[in-house]
Ligand binder design. Structure first.
Ligand code: FMN
Length: 191
């Protein structure tokens, strides 16, 4: 299924074609090359003072950790996401090296996830970010140290036909992708 963005100006095909599926191929096993490639793409994101505050916890489908993570997702996400090939939990180091709270760690991590997501698409995979998670329960499941804050869990895998979903997940899968107009997000110096 194509979910190519209708853009007001040409953008790179990988950006226009990327989208966030909920229907994944439950038989597809992600390989080490693919995982290393997407994590390496994240690694090379820019960050404030090059502190690289992002941390990733990877759980492949079929592992004990993957199964333990499912109840830590909200009900909607727990229903559609277990067919993904892996979960990647994204955390950040909360404080700067001098102990002050980081003002940019979330932003840095967003950039890293963006690169990871685009690299996945380039490999023929898809990524879907989930913010609908129980942060406390999952931090415990992942045994995250106190200095980290869990932000989101990503799904990664191969897209499957939308028809394997039902209800709201199916409706969202086949809905057109929309965005605010450029006019609404560019405040000054409009093109
Ligand atoms: C921080 C963040 C949290 C999100 N949380 C969820 C979520 O919990 N469940 C879900 O199904 N989608 C979630 N999404 C996916 C968005 O709904 C999706 O990216 C948006 O609708 C645009 O669709 P597209 O990525 O296909 O263009 C999240 C995306 C982001 C960036």
């Amino acid at each position: 299924m194509s979910k190519t963005a209708i853009t007001a100006a040409p953008i790179m095909p990988v950006l226009a074609n990327r989208w966030s599926p909920r229907s994944y191929d439950a038989t597809y096993e992600i390989n080490q090359h693919e995982l290393l490639s997407v994590l390496e793409a994240a690694r090379w994101a820019p960050s404030a003072n090059n502190l690289q505050p992002w941390r990733f916890s990877v759980a492949k489908r079929g592992t004990e950790l993957f199964n333990k993570m499912v109840p830590g997702l909200n009900g909607f996400n727990a229903a559609w996401s277990p067919t993904a090939s892996a979960y990647i939990a994204v955390s950040v180091v909360k404080n700067n090296p001098d102990g002050s709270p980081s003002a940019t760690a979330h932003y840095d991590a967003g950039l890293a996830v963006s690169q990871l997501t685009i690299q996945a698409h380039e490999l023929g995979l898809h990524v879907h970010t989930m913010g609908g998670i129980n942060h406390v329960a999952l931090a415990e499941t992942l045994d995250l140290p106190e200095e980290l804050q869990l932000l989101v869990v990503l799904t990664i895998g191969k897209v499957a036909p939308a028809e394997q979903l039902e209800g709201p997940a199916y409706e969202r899968e086949i809905a057109p992708r929309t965005r605010l107009d450029l006019d609404e997000i560019v405040l000054v110096g409009k093109p």
